[in-house]
Design a protein around this ligand. Sequence first.
Ligand SMILES: [Zn+2]
Length: 478
Amino acid sequence: MYPHIDNLMDLLVKSQLNALSALFNTDILRPIAIQKLDILTHEFWYPGIPRDINKYIGKISSPSYLSKSLALLEQYQIHLDPTISYGITGGHIPIVEYLPNLSSNDYKSLRNKRIMYLNQLVSTDGNYLLTWNEVKRLNNNNFKGPKPKWFKLLENDFTLSNYRTLTHPLNDNYTIPARLQQIPDQSLGNHKKRNEWTYHWDARIQNCIIGKTYIQDTDTCSSITTMEHYLPFNNSSILNNVTPQSPRSLPLILIPCSGCHLNDHSLILQDARIKCSISIRTNRLSTFNIFNRLNQEHKRFKNLPLSKYYVSTKPLHQIRHSAHSIYLAQHNVNTVTTTIITPELPSLHDQNHVLQQLSSVIASALLCDDKIKLTLIDIASKFFSYTNFQFYSDGSVSDIGTINSKSGFGWVQTNPLLPQISFLGSTIFFPSSFKSESFAILTILLVLPPNATCEIFTDSQNCIDAFNQRLGSPIISP
Ligand SMILES: [Zn+2]
């Protein structure tokens, strides 16, 4: 009996398989197996056994026994998962997997520089490629010579903008809250979606960015949206002529940005009319709507000297607030949940106005150092969005009857749902415990927002009596 040539190959594969399984599954041979894995890792510059070993084997000048056997087995669709848990710390996305077309010289350069993972080259959030100088700094400036070819490849082919945004950002290590706009499956591949309005928070400029989607590129791993930048039109003198003087109805008029520092010059758009374009991951974006051109809300601004404008259905402060909250949630920053904007709350403009009034009352009510006034104004602004307060106050007098006599007072806000701010003060001239207790109450009342309720716990019977007396009398006196 002579074996057929195909069977001969089968036998060869079987014997390789047996040798390998003996190597990996025999306790006494385990150190050798690990050593072989180390060599494999060094050869492929990949932690462990790569999925598609034949893709990489061509780049190795003299492959080791293990890589040759694994490559052979791979041709027969046999993949080995070692029972040994093996890995290299320092990242989770191997560069050779991210850049599949590296040359053997690139491999050499990566090995020499000990750079195995993309995580060693990108910002901590996984979205931006670091500059070569930053990479060098991270590695204690141990690299000599010019910027390597593989790094230039990353820069040229794998980043999108002058902000070095990666086209395939690394997997997030945080969860993204439910995005308002889901990416439908059928949108895989180059996809256009012209009439989507989006906003997102830009941490670099600490502001909300609004844009109209120009193009959305989606593949299985990620989706990038390129948008035309829009700015709020805020020429209040013109707006005042067309709108009633109610700040609550102040509409958000959007006009195309004529080009700002956010413009990504590397993007080449088909539409020359777009002067400022930005690209960003689609799942960073939230959507909002604009009024139809035929809607009265749009038409009422047609006399403005604007060649092109859109009117948002949501006011700017609401969009800004939403953008910021989503950003904080994406970065696992806890926000105070009581500040959710509801239509009942006064608009930003109203708030500013009332805060200004509060500050002017504080500024005129007390004779004291400006610093103390500023502290109280600061407290007032922190308390501003709350309504149910609870205070404990106390007052004391020292050295009564002498020239150094001072009375001190203090209070603390104790409702656990609100900022727990405390304040300490002292008064000179005519010290008395009644006066210091009253000052505590006065300063509490000064920092409270209008229409707030508060409970004040004081041990001053004098104050309570005076308060109850005054309740009945219409006269206001100091
Ligand atoms: Zn712009």
